[in-house]
Ligand binder design. Structure first.
Ligand code: NAD
Length: 356
């Protein structure tokens, strides 16, 4: 019996209601568990999960036993657990290294990867915050200090990951900085340009270089990086930042071309504006003295998709997709998460009743 039970799945309470309502569909609509029993099972699993996080295979066993004692058929129970497993542990057994993961998008992604069964190494220049984040994310998170503008730090972070977990399956080169330069090309500060390029571009390609070093011999791996909508269209940010993100999208295509023959996928994600510390710092320079809540509102109101805002978790979901086997044939791709912002422009014609 124990071999038939999917092991080590880690159910998350948010996913369960969805799973239980999809239950009939997931099993071809031919299922002997009715909705009330399914809900009952769901609440049992959640209670177990709350009591002893991390011992889910034991929970599955316990729930299986209790369902069996209720006289339910073995096949229907197992097919349901398989769906559960597929939805909750998409990175089971995988090891990820994420740069810039002490905060914002990187932190949200680290948390998402861990809740999907991965072990994550958080590499960040902020040592104290990085340690706090790793502690917060639990035993499957480890912190290593790393300045991505130093190749030796990136190389060390990769070697540390291998020495700790014996493999590297996912490299997410996410660290990046904004730049505080005058907006006109005439006043471009080339020292700032070099500094930003060093982190946003050189840091990304160095991450790919060292990840490839350990991924090529295994003939498998997924490399991700964070580009931006500012790397797709001009006019959305200062030249330096925008150019750095255009470069990231280019690097992805160039490196994907080489690594495809080694079975390694390379992709990036282009988020819309999200009020993380990075953006809020920049916003407070543009709007000095304006309170933080207002700056968050201004950032979010810039989006075009009504009724929702771009959040770190949206990028974490995109990263989970690209890192997982769900995207096993996706490479060289820029996954734009912008609510449609860069897909269209509207003609600002006056309303017909205002034209005479
Ligand atoms: N927030 C947005 O609106 C937005 C939009 C598009 C793209 N991005 C990109 O997303 C990525 C993450 O930014 P975020 O919004 O989560 O901001 P954030 O400030 O919350 O996180 C950035 C992290 O990168 C770390 N970092 C900075 N310089 C580093 C270096 N030299 N070495 C290692 N770590 C370093 C910081 O310490 C921080 O923890 C960046 O590449 C950014 O350009 C952000």
């Amino acid at each position: 019996m124990s071999t038939a039970i999917p092991s080590k799945s880690s159910p998350s309470p948010q996913i369960f209601p969805q799973l239980s309502s999809n239950h009939g569909e997931a099993n071809g609509g031919n299922n002997s568990l009715d909705q009330s029993k399914s809900d009952n099972r769901t609440s049992k699993l959640i209670k177990e999960e709350e009591k002893e996080t991390g011992k889910v295979s034991l929970h599955v066993y316990k729930v299986y036993s209790s369902l069996q004692s209720e006289g339910l058929e073995k096949e229907s129970i197992f097919s349901d657990f398989e769906v559960l497993h597929a939805h909750t542990a998409r990175l089971e057994g995988k090891v990820a290294l994420i740069t810039g993961a002490a905060s914002g998008i990187g932190k949200a992604t680290a948390s998402k990867f861990i809740s999907n069964g991965a072990k994550v190494v958080i590499a960040d220049i902020q040592q104290q915050l990085g340690q706090v984040t790793a502690y917060e994310l639990g035993p499957n998170a480890t912190f290593i200090a790393c300045d991505v503008s130093k190749e030796s730090d990136i190389s060390n972070a990769v070697d540390f990951t291998i020495s700790k977990h014996s493999q590297l399956d996912i490299m997410y080169a996410n660290a990046g900085v904004a730049c505080n330069t005058p907006p006109s090309i005439v006043d471009l500060d080339l020292a700032v340009f070099d500094r930003v390029m060093n982190i946003n571009v050189r840091g990304v390609i160095a991450g790919m270089k060292h990840a490839s070093r350990v991924m090529i011999p295994r003939k498998t791996g997924s490399i991700l990086c964070t580009a931006s909508v500012t790397g797709l269209m001009g006019g959305l940010a200062q030249h330096t930042y925008s150019v750095s993100k255009f470069a990231v999208i280019g690097i992805v295509k160039s490196v994907a071309a080489e690594l495809s023959k080694h079975g390694i996928r390379v992709n990036c994600i282009s988020p819309f504006a999200i009020p993380t510390p990075f953006v809020l710092e920049e916003m407070s320079r543009i709007f000095p003295g304006v309170d933080i809540q207002r700056l968050i509102e201004i950032t979010q109101n810039a989006g075009v998709l009504e009724g929702t805002n771009c959040e770190p978790n949206d990028i974490a979901n995109a990263a989970l997709y690209l890192a997982s086997d769900d995207a096993k044939y996706v490479s060289g791709h820029n996954l734009v998460v912008d609510g449609g912002f860069t897909s269209f422009k509207t003609l600002e014609f006056p309303a017909p009743d205002q034209v005479h």
